[in-house]
Ligand binder design. Sequence first.
Ligand code: NAD
Length: 462
Amino acid sequence: MGSIKTQSDLGFSTSKLPGQLFTNNEYVDAKNTEKLSVYSPKDGSLVSDKVPIAGADDVEAGVVAAEAAFPTWKAMGALERQLTGITLGAPFEAFGKFEVGLAAEAFRYNAGWIDKFAGEAYPQQDTFMRITRTEPLGVTAGIVPWNGPMGTVGLKAAPALATGNCFILKPSEKTPFAALALGSLIKQTGFPPGVFQVLSGAGETGALLARHMRIRKVSFTGSIPTGKLIQKMAAESNLKRVTLELGGKSPAVVFDECNLENAVDWCVRAIGSNTGQVCFAASRKYKAALEERAKAIGDPDKNETLMGPLVDEAQFRRVTGFIERGVQQGTLLTGGKRVGDKGFFIQPTVFTRVEPDAEIYRQEIFGPVSILNSFKTEEEFIKKANSTEYGLMAGVFTENINRAMRVASEFESDMVGVNCVSLSFLNAPFGGSKQSGLGRECGRNALEAFTEVKTVMINLTY
Ligand code: NAD
């Protein structure tokens, strides 16, 4: 999660925050007059109550502009469509260097694919030649969450645009500004009007996109319940293509023969940014490392801070609710308390001796809360790890290569780290199985998700 600065930190007034939608290469007032409010997670103060909510007329205007831009964008030569000019740097510093770096890198990476993402030709068997082309879908949309407001933009917009689609971005209502501020960069980079637009708003705006009859694809990152609604709306409208990147509950298994320093380091880092279950041989060491990390909770704007606050009061209440109920479901090993009396800071928290049917074991908490259980056999661990409906990420820590490969194949997670966990790469598929999602982002898979394969059959005897 990037750090969100308050109005006073940023040194400018609310009126300077982006307050308009970005459509057809212009900042425009939303036709819908309703506004959203956003608050600082550092101290709960109001940041702005003037975030535009794109309504049905605004979405329609965006789609019309994208449709008008599509034929030219689709037909544009590969070199002209290169996106390397986009630099997502300075104006977005407040949202975290990693995030911005990931977004910028995603644009560079996908730009490199533009003149390489080709179809195929099949071996000649008869008098017909068969070739495939990768065709863009048309007007596409990305609906993104608050916890990766810029990174997720890069992961969705870059492959969509690189493959010749027009793209409408709907940022989270909790973190709308960096995405809205993209408008001037989009224009400066030279995207033609209508190709890349930003419509802010809450769930209703997302639903307008998901239900729209002329939007051909929605790539969604967020919670499982919203993901299910998106898929339903897509099916009930025009059967638009859907990619879903949903929740996770990442298990990590740490065997005795592993490099313990390395395992502790990865698991502690993962819990700072993710929620997970850890099956550990040496819980004392893990507890000590987490307590060390707890010392580095604080102001997200200070360099020494490793963990900032949760995004808002709702998320804070959700996480503290899990912790309060968790005390009945297992043993609190460390953490569990609010830090300070302002803002939404919480200690990294670990429960031990939690049964697989407990709420904190089964549900995604999305806060710095992990479960540390011990195990005796591989079978026992795998059964527990696979007993949830999630399948996003898992990790195995061991120096026994056979065991590593065996466990990696047994995990019902579609991303598995060996001696590492909770990481991703732009050039390798990213996505989950079971209820953690549908489809893949990153690598060639992301481009495939924004295109249809067209088969062209040529009669050679004609
Ligand atoms: P969320 O589902 O509440 O919201 C995500 C987006 O969907 C927001 O832009 C929101 O406005 C929009 N939305 C809400 N209701 C909608 C509706 N009815 N129709 C259309 N759009 C709607 O999720 P969140 O709380 O912002 O994000 C946290 C969740 O995201 C967690 O569950 C987390 O696991 C998940 N996540 C997954 C990945 C991944 O890659 N798998 C990455 C980051 C976050």
